[in-house]
Design a protein around this ligand. Structure first.
Ligand code: CP
Length: 348
């Protein structure tokens, strides 16, 4: 018996997009995603979210731990009428007993979209190569695009009346992490100015700066990579992230020595930024290291709004990347199949 490989979703979708980095999207596309976020956020506020992901599933591969990304994708799928499957390497064969390619092929036949947080960027690239459904990068060692969408949206929500994102300057404090790199590229692509303020040893690599140079030429944005704390004085947004990642624990002491106390986000540091400057942090935060509890709880801090907007972003991402492939179920056809199946079952 030969049946088509998928009924509810079309395999090998036309013009299918993956989401590996925000730099791959135009300003208009970023604006569209944020407009969708605003609509979905209002629908959630009204307790009236339309079932735009009904009967759909997002396969969520997590090679590394997560609170926000995991919870936000799973809750977003549920709120939109669908389902999220948590798939850790302990639960599936990923790369050990089964190749990434075959994993992608199988997930594509059962899920409508795949989200992956991987330790190795090659894994997410391999998933994209073989997947016939959209793949969303839930953070690799290069980029964190879903965080970027939540961040831009949060800044937009809190920026002063009459300002545009492209009027603002964001200062990232500390190491050239995946979030720092993503912010450099997302900000300059969008037309926002960017600064990384931290010790020279941990400055952004040349390869990413070259990419940002191209974006700056297109949008008129600029960036500055500096050790000089006075660079914060012209900044509208101050952004924090951990001084080391879980894979860098062996460097922890050396890093803390390099970053502390100068590059810690404190209330005093926030006072040095532009009047009305806001504080973002991708979280999780260590309030004994990169940011003080007082700063995190300050009235300029929007870090927890930012965390909640991860959910707003994931709702928009699930809808944005799958809506073109959604077929409205044909009620008459459902009835036909129900009758056929019931007739068969009655004979058992
Ligand atoms: N910011 C962020 O990605 O948080 P999680 O690691 O908890 O997902």
């Amino acid at each position: 018996m030969k049946l088509p490989s998928s009924s509810a979703t079309d395999l090998h979708k036309k013009n299918m997009r993956h989401m590996i980095s925000m730099k791959d999207f135009t300003t208009q596309e970023m604006d569209d995603m944020m407009a969708l976020m605003a609509l979905l956020k209002q629908a959630r506020k009204d307790n009236a979210i339309p079932p735009l992901f009904k009967n759909k599933s997002v396969g969520m591969i997590f090679e590394a731990g997560s609170t926000r990304t995991r919870v936000s994708f799973e809750v977003a799928a549920t709120l939109l009428g669908g389902h999220g499957l948590f798939l850790s390497p302990r639960d599936i064969h990923l790369g050990a007993k089964e190749s990434i390619d075959d994993t992608a092929r199988v997930l594509s036949r059962m899920c409508d979209i795949v989200m992956a947080r991987t330790n190795d960027p090659d894994t997410v690239d391999a998933l994209c190569r073989m997947s016939t459904v959209p793949v969303i990068n839930g953070l690799d060692t290069r980029f964190h695009p879903t965080q970027m969408l939540a961040d831009l949206f949060t800044i937009k929500e809190h920026m002063p009346e009459g300002k545009k994102l492209s009027d603002l300057t964001l200062a990232f404090m500390g190491d050239a992490t995946d979030v720092c790199r993503s912010l450099l590229l997302t900000c300059t692509k969008y037309g926002m100015n960017f600064k990384q303020i931290g010790p020279k040893k941990y400055h952004m690599e040349e390869e990413w700066l070259k990419m940002a140079d191209e974006f700056c030429k297109e949008t008129g944005a600029n960036y500055e990579i500096t050790e000089d704390l006075s660079a914060i004085e012209s900044c509208d947004v101050v952004y924090g992230d951990s001084f080391y990642w879980v894979t860098q624990l062996d460097e922890k002491e050396e890093r803390l020595k390099a970053f502390m106390p100068d590059y810690v986000i404190t209330e005093a540091l926030m006072q040095r930024a532009k009047p009305g400057a806001m504080l973002l942090h991708c979280l999780p935060a260590n309030d004994k290291e990169e940011v003080t509890r007082e700063a995190l709880e300050g009235n300029y801090s929007v870090a927890f709004d930012e965390a909640e907007n991860r959910l707003t972003a994931q709702m928009a991402i699930l809808v944005y990347f799958t809506h073109k492939y959604t077929k409205k179920p044909d009620e008459a056809l459902i009835k036909h199949h129900e009758t056929e199946i019931n007739n068969f079952l009655e004979k058992l």
